[in-house]
Write a protein that binds this ligand. Structure first.
Ligand SMILES: [Zn+2]
Length: 257
C-alpha cells in the first residue's frame, strides 16, 4: 500500500465519478494498491476489501470516524464518533492482501458443500437487485462451488443447479459460516438510544462511507483551488502541492484582507 498524494487522490475521485458504489471502492483500492492488479483486488473477500479500505481511510483522514443514524424506535437523530481500531477485527497485517484462502467446506443435513467467500465481483452482480432475498440467493449461488450428497457415488461434487434446492437450514449455515470467516464484511456498532434506551446493532459500511467522504473532500478542495487560482493566478498543480493549512491561510487572507 502506498500513500496517495492530494493530486493522486483527486485523480482517483475523478476516475470513480459516475461509477457504481462498488466500482468506486475498487477504483480507490486500485490507486492505493498499485502493486496488485485490479483483478486481484476484485477477488479479495468483502471483509478483506473492507479491511484495506479502513486502512486507506486511516492514512488519508485519520482514525476518527463520524456518522449519523436514527434510533429505530423513537427516530431520534444520533451522532456517532468512533475510531478505526474500535471496528477493526484484527491488527493490520504488513500485507493485508493475503490470498483469499482455500475453499471452505460445510457438512450438514447429509450434504457436503464447498464454497468460497463473496468478493467484489459477486457484490457487483447483485448491486442493482431490489429483492433482498433473491440477491442473497444469487450471492450464495455464485459462491457455492460444489455440493455432494451423502452416499453419492462420486465424491468430486457437482455444480449446484440452484441454491433454492438446498435445505434452508443448510443455506443459513453457509451464510453464517461465511460471516464468521469474513468478520470485516459486516461491521456492526452496538448502540443505545440516549432517549428511549432502545438497544440495537447498526451496520457500518466503510466502502459507502469512504466514497462519500472523498466526494465531499474533492468538492471542498476544488472550491479552494478555484478561489486561489482566480485570485492569484496560480496553477492547479501548485495549489494542490500546498499543505491544507497554507491553502486555508491564503483563503482567509482573501476573505479578510
Ligand atoms: Zn430511541
Amino acid at each position: 500500500m502506498r500513500n496517495l498524494s492530494v493530486a493522486e487522490l483527486l485523480t482517483a475521485w475523478e476516475r470513480a465519478l459516475g461509477q457504481s458504489p462498488i466500482q468506486q471502492a475498487m477504483v480507490l483500492l486500485a490507486a492505493a494498491y498499485p502493486e496488485h492488479s485490479p483483478e486481484q483486488l476484485a477477488q479479495l473477500s468483502v471483509g478483506q476489501r473492507d479491511a484495506c479500505l479502513l486502512t486507506l481511510r486511516e492514512r488519508l483522514f485519520g482514525s476518527q470516524l463520524h456518522s449519523v443514524t436514527a434510533c429505530p424506535q423513537c427516530q431520534r437523530r444520533i451522532e456517532l464518533a468512533f475510531d478505526v481500531p474500535d471496528i477493526r477485527v484484527e491488527p493490520t497485517a504488513t500485507d493485508p492482501i493475503a490470498p483469499a484462502g482455500e475453499a471452505m467446506t460445510l457438512t450438514l443435513e447429509g450434504y457436503r458443500v464447498h464454497f468460497r467467500l463473496p468478493n467484489s465481483l459477486d457484490l457487483a452482480s447483485i448491486e442493482t437487485s431490489t429483492d433482498v432475498n433473491q440477491a442473497r440467493e444469487q450471492l450464495l449461488h455464485r459462491c457455492i462451488q460444489s455440493v455432494v450428497r451423502e452416499g453419492a457415488e462420486s465424491d468430486d461434487g457437482e455444480p449446484l443447479d440452484h441454491v433454492s434446492r438446498l435445505p434452508m437450514t443448510l443455506v443459513d449455515a453457509i451464510a453464517e459460516r461465511m460471516a464468521q470467516a469474513d468478520a470485516h464484511a459486516d461491521t456492526r456498532l452496538a448502540l443505545i438510544c440516549p432517549d428511549c434506551r432502545h438497544e440495537w446493532r447498526a451496520t457500518f459500511d466503510i466502502a459507502t462511507y469512504l466514497v462519500r467522504e472523498i466526494q465531499n473532500w474533492a468538492k471542498h478542495l476544488l472550491r479552494e483551488v478555484h478561489g486561489l487560482a482566480r485570485a492569484y493566478g496560480w496553477r492547479e498543480a501548485e495549489i494542490l502541492a500546498m499543505t491544507p493549512t497554507r491553502r486555508r491561510a491564503y483563503l482567509e487572507l482573501l476573505e479578510h484582507g
